[in-house]
Design a protein around this ligand. Structure first.
Ligand SMILES: NC(=O)c1ccc[n+]([C@@H]2O[C@H](COP(=O)([O-])OP(=O)(O)OC[C@H]3O[C@@H](n4cnc5c(N)ncnc54)[C@H](OP(=O)(O)O)[C@@H]3O)[C@@H](O)[C@H]2O)c1
Length: 246
């Protein structure tokens, strides 16, 4: 284990999302080195790196389309040269909004490739190295859709998120004796660009939230920081819902 005080390194997939970006900034503020994964949003990734550099530390951008089997493999190979202490599986996709009876196997496969299969390949690989070092934290970003099943239009998404919660359980049990702590966060409705891609009646959706408002990316980043840093000594194999009471 690295002595306290030396910079640790975190890999955040989907760092170009609003939630991923806030997670990156939260850790950078504490002196961490950030590996920022992105796919299509190169400009956002470059801009994020500029922000992170202001806090010091070493930051790198890594591109991979996690819906591609070959790119998942080459992304994994690229990680070889880094000593990664913490992994946040945050990249996610909804691919298409279709009623469950209309979904094709391609729609479902693409969603699962990004949300589930990529984390199922990358996390065990990093896990084995974390275990050797005697320190590791993995935070999987699921969704409230895994808790309630979402709507009839999100079967593919909700099921893929439910599956990543299963990954949490396996790794948490295997990592417990080696100080590798693994947890799931289930965000509820968070105010991000995601909701602009698939417009719906947001006021109606917000009225279903007991606290009567959307969460912010910072609400999620704060919990990721707690679970994903040395602050967390005794929480593993948990699902934390951050959803305003839903
Ligand atoms: N916003 C919410 O209300 C909410 C609620 C529950 C759970 N979540 C989860 O929280 C996470 C972040 O959500 P968000 O709302 O901040 O952002 P988002 O708009 O869902 O952003 C998606 C992120 O995933 C990456 N991504 C998408 N397809 C990819 C692919 N094929 N290969 C690699 N990366 C890919 C994107 O990278 P590029 O842009 O670089 O392509 C982007 O960084 C997601 O896992 C989402 O499911 C969000």
């Amino acid at each position: 284990m690295k002595p306290k005080g030396l910079s640790k390194t975190i890999l955040i997939t989907g760092s170009t999302s609003d939630i991923g970006r806030k997670i990156a900034i939260r850790f950078a503020k504490e002196g961490w080195n950030i590996l920022c994964h992105y796919n299509s949003s190169r400009a956002k990734a470059v801009e994020l790196k500029k922000v992170l550099i202001k806090y010091g530390g070493k930051h790198e951008l890594l591109r991979a389309d996690l819906s591609s089997k070959n790119q998942i493999q080459s992304f994994k190979n690229k990680l070889d040269k880094f000593n990664i202490d913490v992994l946040v599986n945050n990249a996610g996709t909804y691919t298409v909004s279709k009623y469950f009876s209309e979904l094709t196997i391609e729609d479902i496969t693409k969603t699962f490739m990004v949300n589930t299969f990529a984390p199922m390949i990358i996390s065990p690989y990093l896990f084995m190295r974390m275990r050797e070092h005697g320190f590791g934290r993995i935070v999987n970003i699921s969704s409230i859709a895994a808790k309630y099943g979402g709507s009839g239009f999100s079967m593919h998404y909700g099921c893929s998120k439910r599956a990543i919660e299963g990954l949490t359980k396996t790794l948490a049990k295997e990592g417990a004796k080696s100080n590798v702590l693994v947890n799931t966060i289930r965000p509820g409705v968070i105010d991000t660009e995601f909701h602009k891609k698939f417009p719906k009646d947001m006021q109606k959706r917000i009225s279903m939230i007991p606290l009567g408002k959307m969460g912010t990316p910072e609400d999620i980043a704060e919990m990721v920081f707690y679970l994903g840093s040395e602050r967390n000594n005794f929480i593993t194999n948990e699902i934390i819902t951050i959803a305003g009471g839903e």
